[in-house]
Design a binder for this molecule. Structure first.
Ligand SMILES: [Zn+2]
Ligand SMILES: [Zn+2]
Length: 238
């Protein structure tokens, strides 16, 4: 952006922080420093299993040590799913607030640049079409597309759902494991063959949905998969 336009925009606060609407974002549509402070960003290195914060000397956190093995080579999550991040992602998901994809995608790209994973393709976890219809947009898809753009990596909506699972947020932990979010199929296997995939979803809870999605990609012949989420729930509870 040219300098005079940046000054002009700052003067009139044309691009206020998308969260508080008062603070000044750093550049177009970014979170202001105050909101950033409240958005518990997860520091690198991330837990290889869930992308959350590490709580020991191992490459996986204590929660993931107790969880079943994951099919991916690594994971990263941008925020802890609590306080302001929880509110922001809830708005993003349910309140038709797609403009949040931009700052979220920029931060996610920042996180991925610190990770030692070269992705050839960014793939979102798809929403079942009936939910897509009700919600009007797939927040994970939008988040993934903006992240891909910021990283300069191609984006492909390569996965589709073939069986509808019960809404994950309406289930408890045991039910979530029993109901692994349906099954996924790959649209054009030749497009993902041998490619290193960055698989993107909005929230990491148990990892059951991401496991099903990653397994579908690997079964269809993809290269290693890395999982990126906007937020990681601090506990398995709701
Ligand atoms: Zn703000
Ligand atoms: Zn973990």
């Amino acid at each position: 952006m040219v300098e005079w336009f940046r000054k002009f925009a700052a003067w009139f606060n044309l691009f206020p922080c998308p969260i508080c609407k008062v603070g000044e974002g750093e550049g177009v549509n970014r979170f202001c420093p105050e909101c950033r402070k409240e958005l518990h960003r997860i520091p690198a290195p991330h837990c290889r299993g869930c992308g959350g914060e590490l709580d020991g000397v191992l490459a996986v956190c204590s929660k993931c040590l107790a969880a079943p093995a994951r099919p991916w080579v690594g994971a990263a999550s941008v925020f802890e799913y609590r306080d302001l991040a929880r509110k922001v992602l809830h708005d993003f998901k349910f309140h038709n607030f797609p403009e949040l994809a931009r700052p979220l995608g920029e931060l996610a790209a920042e996180v991925m640049r610190e990770e030692n994973f070269h992705a050839d393709l960014v793939v979102p976890v798809p929403l079942h079409y009936t939910r897509l219809f009700l919600r009007s947009y797939n927040q994970a898809g939008l988040f993934a597309a903006v992240t891909a753009k910021n990283l300069g990596i191609p984006f492909a909506d390569a996965l589709k759902r073939v069986k509808r699972g019960r809404r994950q947020s309406s289930l408890n932990r045991t039910e979530r494991h029993r109901n692994p979010a349906g099954a996924f199929a790959v649209r054009h296997p030749e497009r993902i063959a041998g490619k290193q995939i960055l698989l993107v979803d909005d929230i990491f809870t148990t990892g059951a949905t991401l496991t099903a999605a990653a397994n579908a990609l690997l079964k269809a012949g993809s290269g290693p998969v890395f999982v990126l989420t906007a937020a990681r729930t601090p506990r398995y509870s709701r």
